[in-house]
Each structure stands twice: as structure tokens, then as C-alpha cells.
Write a protein that binds this ligand. Structure first.
Ligand code: 6PG
Length: 248
């Protein structure tokens, strides 16, 4: 484990070990809260092994499904059944088999446009939280899962887009994506994402090495501005780890 400014970087052998470590961390956060638990999922391909594990024993039978709520950090503005839909992917892999329907909180992509979807999701989050202002001592989420894109984006917070500077709204529409898939997005903003006990990035594979080098060098990228008010953990496998970071 290495400390890199505001985060802990935990290195693991490969993507299988990464998914196991992530699942253990999610379970530990659930176990630490004996009330209602809120987990914010992510899209992309990075979390799919983790999602599969959560639907498999011994993880599945250790999760008190009735008191865990599942949200999504960003969504592609496509119908719920579209293969590109982030929550749709999580539902297919594990949620629909494991979680009560009332505990699954998708971003409504049947709204008129991304801005309207953002407004509706923000009010759902605020009603779940029980207030319209976030209080640092009472984080919105127990865990926020994250991934990093090739341009340093995380959730749908792209470099130099206005959404990354948003400090009032919890959720905003993003009319145009900066990378594939080029569909409009809806994303939680930094104040909402950062309001968590643990933010957990999963980074695996050699194709992530270039962007991870820039992130670990402290470049001003959205992924570096996403940091929990509690713990921020970057789980990184050997293939993604930059040469000059090995052994640190
Ligand atoms: C999305 C994501 C996005 C993703 C990163 C990493 O909707 O695309 O939420 O922020 O996490 O782009 O994606 P991969 O895991 O596919 O590399």
C-alpha cells in the first residue's frame, strides 16, 4: 500500500484479485453500518467482475439485501434496456437477482432530456438523504465505486466540462460525452460523489497505465478531484501500475 496525497493506492496481482479486494471492502463497509446502507455503483467494464462476485456466495449470503440501497454515479442517456445503460448492466449481472426492486435506484432515462433526468434523480437522492444540504458528518453514501477513463474522466465528469465545476447541484445533465460512447450523460457532481465514507476506484489492465501515470503524478484531472470526505482508495492491478510507481 502506498500513500499518494489524499488517497491510498493498494496494488493487487490481477483483475481477479482486484475484484476480490473490492468485494471485501464493500462487505466491510456494509458490516460497519447496521442501519440503511447506500452504495453508489459505476458503469464501464471495470466493475463487472466485482458485480459478478457480489451475486455469488460467500459474498451474496453476507449482504443484508433488504437494507442496502443501490444508486448509480453516472448514466448514459439511453433506455434502461439498452446494453449501454450502466444501471441496466448492474441489474443484469447482479441486482435483479439479489436486491429488492425498491432498493434499486436508477437514473430515469425515460425523462424528456438529461437535464430533467438529473433534476429527478437529485430529488430522489435528497429525499433518500432526508435533506437538501449535504453535511460532512453524515455522508450520503457508504461506498462510491469509480473508474477512470482514458482522458482522466470519472463518472461522467469530463476534463474542462462545466459539470466538473458544479458545486450546488447534486446531479447534472451532460449533453455531449468526451469519449465513447458518444451519448448524452447524466452524472452526479463532485459534492454528491465525494460525500461518502469510502470512494473506491478500480483500475486494471495495461491500457490504463498511461492515464494512471498522469493521475498519480497529480495532474488536474476529474479523477483527481474526486475524493471522499472519508477514505479514498485506488485499487490497482500490476498491469496498470506505472513503472516509476512500483515498489513505492
Ligand atoms: C461510464 C462510466 C465511466 C467509467 C470509466 C471507466 O459511464 O462510462 O461510469 O466513468 O467508469 O470510463 O470505464 P471502463 O471501466 O470501461 O474502463
Amino acid at each position: 500500500m502506498a500513500l499518494n496525497a489524499h488517497r491510498q493506492v493498494i496494488t493487487v496481482a490481477d483483475s481477479a484479485e482486484l475484484a476480490n479486494s473490492a468485494a471485501d471492502r464493500v462487505l466491510a463497509r456494509i458490516a460497519a453500518n447496521d442501519g440503511r446502507v447506500a452504495i453508489c455503483l459505476t458503469g464501464g467494464s471495470s466493475p463487472t467482475q466485482l458485480y459478478r462476485l457480489l451475486a455469488t456466495d460467500p459474498y451474496r449470503n453476507q449482504i443484508p439485501w433488504d437494507r442496502v440501497h443501490w444508486f448509480i454515479g453516472d448514466e448514459r442517456f439511453v433506455p434502461a434496456a439498452d446494453p449501454l445503460n450502466n444501471m441496466g448492466m448492474a441489474r443484469r449481472i447482479f441486482l435483479d437477482r439479489c436486491a429488492p426492486a425498491a432498493n434499486i435506484h436508477p437514473i430515469p432515462t425515460d425523462a424528456a432530456d438529461p437535464r430533467e433526468a438529473a433534476r429527478r434523480y437529485e430529488s430522489e437522492l435528497q429525499s433518500f438523504y432526508g435533506a437538501n444540504e449535504l453535511v460532512p458528518s453524515r455522508p450520503l453514501f457508504d461506498v462510491v465505486l469509480m473508474g477512470v477513463g482514458p482522458d482522466g474522466h470519472t463518472a461522467s465528469l469530463f476534463p474542462d466540462y462545466p459539470a466538473i465545476e458544479e458545486i450546488e447541484r447534486w446531479v447534472v445533465g451532460v449533453p455531449q460525452a468526451h469519449v465513447e460512447p458518444f451519448v448524452p450523460r447524466v452524472t452526479l457532481t463532485l459534492p454528491a460523489l465525494n460525500s461518502c465514507r469510502e470512494m473506491l476506484f478500480e483500475v486494471a489492465g495495461a491500457e490504463k497505465r498511461t492515464i494512471l501515470t498522469r493521475v498519480l503524478d497529480g495532474e488536474n484531472l476529474p479523477a483527481n478531484r474526486a475524493r471522499s470526505t472519508g477514505e479514498t482508495i485506488w485499487l490497482v492491478d500490476q498491469a496498470a501500475l506505472p513503472e516509476n510507481f512500483r515498489g513505492r
